[in-house]
Design a protein around this ligand. Sequence first.
Ligand SMILES: Cc1ncc(COP(=O)(O)O)c(C=O)c1O
Length: 413
Amino acid sequence: MTLGDPAWPVSGAREIRWMTEVVQSGRWSWLGKHERAFCEAFSEFIGTRYAVALSNGTVTMQCALQALGVKPGDEVIVPALTWVATAQAAMDIGANVVFADIDQETLVLDPASFETMITPRTKAVIPVHLYGCMCDMDAIMRIARKHKIKVLEDVAHQHGSRWRNKGAGAIGDAGSFSFQQSKVLTSGEGGAVTTNRLDVYMTVFALKQVGWAPGNPKQNLFDNLVRADRYGHNYRMTEMQAVLLRGGLTRLPSQTARRERSAQQIREGLQKIGGPLRAARRDRRITRQAYYAMTLCYDENAAGGVGRDAFLHALSAEGCRMDLTYGAVYRNPLLNLYDDTTSPIPYRDPETIQDYRNLALPNTEKSVAETAVTLGQVAMLGNKTYIGQLLAAIRKVSDHLPEAQQAWESRKA
Ligand SMILES: Cc1ncc(COP(=O)(O)O)c(C=O)c1O
């Protein structure tokens, strides 16, 4: 590849003007006009009645789970493949995390595995719309309603995805978003909770605003704050972050469309190449797909036994960077919960929780070790020529598999 990577993150003159105004105004935080405007625009974009801005996409999940009634000792079902924070958010409010397996191709929560993990203690599930595939929200909502389980969507990867024309984050009881630097909508750090439920909104608001919440829901929700007589934290967002998000949100639809075009070009290109790499299937019920990354599958058998890592190594030598995924969360060192000297907060009595040390969910294991490949959202912003170069690199490596294997082995030696 000769073309450079697209720029990220992107900002414009409007943010610079607003930022200057904010800096000069001295109104840098505490429910300022940019935060209000962003929350209004974001809830409209996702299609919920309410959006609350918070300081990152982990505390969003803590607050949303608490607002949905999750209490210490309750179980929360989390897919075994996600960023570790999805599990940490539940643990940090005292819940026990039960990991369920994923679909090996799309890498998102497998509804059947979710159902088998339900116990009388299960209070909530967190379907994570991971990388470039949405969860099957019809199946997940059906199972959750049947067992009276609350649904918190983790939408850190897919701001703007739509399932049957309903926004990710507007389907379950609440949605959680991250605006950390690498995300498709970013303010460096930041997060938001979306919901249609007034009670969830009020509780999340109080939890992030040190126990203060809107006094009268019929009036402007940002005004008339009263002490909500409950415990709360400071998880507020600054006006500087809100400025970046307002600007970013105006560009998000066209960036998502660009990434959807790239995904289509890649999907068709890979079909023509016919090598070991292909795009993960796209469910017809997904009416708009946002991409933190494109989800791809590697088939070692179609490569005559040449492994995924050798293939990606050769690709990177062509200037094309594709990535692996997160590891299985239950193997993450942060989840050594059985030793109360490492941290007192996550300590869990091994008798009372799923035994992560002996867990090996088959699809998660196989995807992580052998088949899953991702192409990051920044590369997907490339134009047709850039994606054409990327496909040419994939074709070249697919046509030279023995050399790719040799290069990989000599590197290891
Ligand atoms: C799937 C997922 N959930 C949650 C988070 C947590 O977001 P934050 O880093 O804003 O706390 C991330 C961040 O990378 C993520 O990828």
